[in-house]
Design a protein around this ligand. Structure first.
Ligand code: PEP
Length: 255
């Protein structure tokens, strides 16, 4: 697939996989993908498996991401993990503002923004998630919602920080539901996101930044979705839990 920006496909394992299961998964994924370099591949295991997965992938092209982190550097925050601790485990990416965290942990745009800045300061690449609910889409509020989330979650980021950031557009109604946005729906919102970034940070950044699509991406719909001009990769939930289906997604997007 001939794309302007290098594709990035990340697997969000959510609260799944023991250490044994996680290392088995990345072992077969690494075998399946071999030495391909045309797509950036990231796996995001739960915290408990980060160390073991990182060690398994030390000589691999597959990078490791976390699913969340604290906005604080250190201190009395029971149960939290900071960016430095992730770097310590050779983690390169971190998913921030996933809709499940926005919903179940009441994460606000302001909190996502603080986390994004803390991640960047530590040398992590944040994957910042935005997306509308079905009710918001039905009420024609998609652009207003996404525009607000972008503004709030990326507030005050300078050009360099934006270049180190990945955006994930994940319509909430498409996550884990088997309902995928049509290619037109995805392209429309991705183009809108790029226009918004162009307005806030200029055209050069807007043309450089990568915008992933997430929401029931599977081997049989990945190629069509990722062939859209403004779709630069995928954030994959369910289908990333199996090495075969995740590598099929990646391989189906390659030439
Ligand atoms: C996700 O949770 O980021 C996601 C896209 O999940 P799924 O692929 O299962 O819809």
């Amino acid at each position: 697939m001939n794309k302007e920006r290098k594709l990035i496909v990340a697997g969000n394992w959510k609260m799944n996989k023991t250490v044994t299961e996680a290392t088995a998964l990345v072992e077969s994924l690494d075998r399946d993908l071999g030495t391909q370099t045309d797509v950036d591949v990231v796996v995001c295991p739960p915290f408990t498996a980060l160390d073991a997965v990182s060690a398994k992938l030390r000589n691999s092209l597959i990078k490791v991401g976390a699913q969340n982190m604290s906005e604080n550097d250190y201190g009395a925050f029971t149960g939290e993990i900071n960016a430095g601790m992730l770097r310590d485990l050779l983690v390169h990416y971190v998913i921030l503002g996933h809709s499940e965290r926005r919903e179940y942990q009441q994460e606000s745009d302001a909190m996502v923004c603080s986390k994004t800045k803390a991640a960047l300061a530590a040398g992590l690449k944040p994957i910042v998630c935005v997306g509308e609910s079905l009710a918001q889409r039905d009420a024609n509020e998609t652009e207003a919602v996404i525009g607000g989330q972008l503004q709030g979650s990326l507030a005050g980021l300078d050009a360099e920080q934006m270049k180190g950031t990945v955006i994930a557009y994940e319509p909430v109604w498409a996550i884990g539901t088997g309902k995928t946005a049509t290619t037109e729906q995805a392209q429309q919102v991705h183009a809108f996101i790029r226009r918004e970034i162009s307005k806030s940070h200029g055209n050069e950044i807007a043309q450089t930044i990568r915008i992933q699509y997430g929401g029931s991406v599977k081997p049989d719909n990945a190629r069509e979705l990722l062939s859209q001009p403004d779709v630069d990769g995928a954030l994959v939930g369910g289908a990333s839990l199996d090495a075969g289906s995740f590598s099929d997604i990646i391989n189906n997007t390659r030439n």
